[in-house]
Design a protein around this ligand. Sequence first.
Ligand SMILES: [Zn+2]
Length: 78
Amino acid sequence: MDLLSNKLSCPSCGGSRLVAGTAWENEFRNFAPKGKMMLFGYSPISFVCRDCGYLGRCLSEKDRAELDAKVSEPKQAA
Ligand SMILES: [Zn+2]
């Protein structure tokens, strides 16, 4: 399973040799799209660049796809 989108590249050096991981603070920093009813947001994952060491954060590819589907719904049902 791909944790990281294959479109994701290092913001610092542009490299694509990224390693996904978690940082302990992540569980307190969930992301929820505005205007969408969600009990829980998305928990970001961290990644580190193997080329330059840049440490960043993003949504997993699974969450990204789910979010994409959610925000592109034409109208909210409720
Ligand atoms: Zn890099």
